[in-house]
Every structure is written in C-alpha cells, then in structure tokens.
Ligand binder design. Structure first.
Ligand code: FES
Length: 152
C-alpha cells in the first residue's frame, strides 16, 4: 500500500480501466510498488536475492548502500544471472557480470559495460547468437527499512 500525489491510496491496480477511472488510475498504475522484504533480510541473505514478481524473476542486489532491482534473466540467451548453477559476479563499479559469457551490465541503467559476450567466440553466420541488448532494470525505493520494486 502507498500513496500517490493528492493522497490517493492504492494497492494492486492492474487492469483498471483508464477510460473509467481517468488520470488517478494511470498515475496509480505507474506508481505500483511491490514489497520485496527488508534491507535487514537482504543483508542477512548476503546482499542479494531473487524474488518472483508477477511472472518474472527479479534480482534484488545491495551495492554501496543502494538497492538495485533487475531481471534475473540475461538478455543474451535468457540464462539466469543468479541460479542454482550460474552465479553472477559483481564489480566494484556497480556492474553485474553474467557468468555464462561474461557480459557486464550496469546495475542502475542496465546498459552493457564493455564488450558484449566477451566469453563467447564469434560463431560463423550467427555471430554471438544475439544482438547486444541492455538488462532490464526496475526502480526501487526503501521506506522504513522495507524495499519496494516497481515492475510496471
Ligand atoms: S547468457 Fe549471459 S552473456 Fe550469454
């Protein structure tokens, strides 16, 4: 639960008919925050965890006192960044590095940092199998120690 400007209280508002409810509903949909636990819990889990929001898996990561949220699916081949076998690396400059082919992504912007798939040879006809794409990232906020993610 939260508030948008004007004091309108909202919760889950997906599916609200824009024509019926107008500007308040549109503003509420853009401000849809999902609680994903507390900073204390995140730190107890080593500063990272994967949560399921709607149909997607979101990686929550603490870095330098901030909390970042990003898709747990690498945009190269959709492999998990943090999974049972694959474990991402993190740089001191705020990037996450996919363990499969070593693409680094800025955790704040999702932009590729450096070379696309440096750990994968360029294959005949298919290159590195997929064009360069950014990692999907999501806004976060922390209120009274609780973390919220906006995946709208
Ligand atoms: S699957 Fe992540 S870089 Fe290839």
């Amino acid at each position: 639960m939260g508030f948008v400007s004007g004091g309108f209280m909202y919760g889950k508002v997906r599916g609200v008919d824009r024509a019926v409810c107008g500007r308040s509903a549109v503003r509420a949909m853009a401000e849809e925050w999902t609680p994903v636990g507390t900073v204390e819990e995140l730190n107890a889990e080593g500063g990272k965890k994967v949560v399921k929001i709607d149909s997607g898996k979101v990686l929550i990561k603490e870095f330098a006192g901030d909390v970042f949220a990003m898709s747990n699916s690498c945009p190269h081949l959709n492999l998990p960044l943090e999974g049972k076998i694959l474990k991402a690396d993190y740089t001191s400059t705020g990037s996450i590095v996919c363990s499969a082919h070593k693409t680094a992504f800025n955790m704040k912007t999702g932009d590729v940092v450096g070379e696309w798939c440096p750990g994968m040879p360029k294959l005949p006809f298919v290159g590195k199998m997929k064009e360069e794409n950014p990692l999907k990232v999501y806004p976060t906020k922390v209120e009274d120690g609780s973390i919220f993610v906006n995946v709208a």
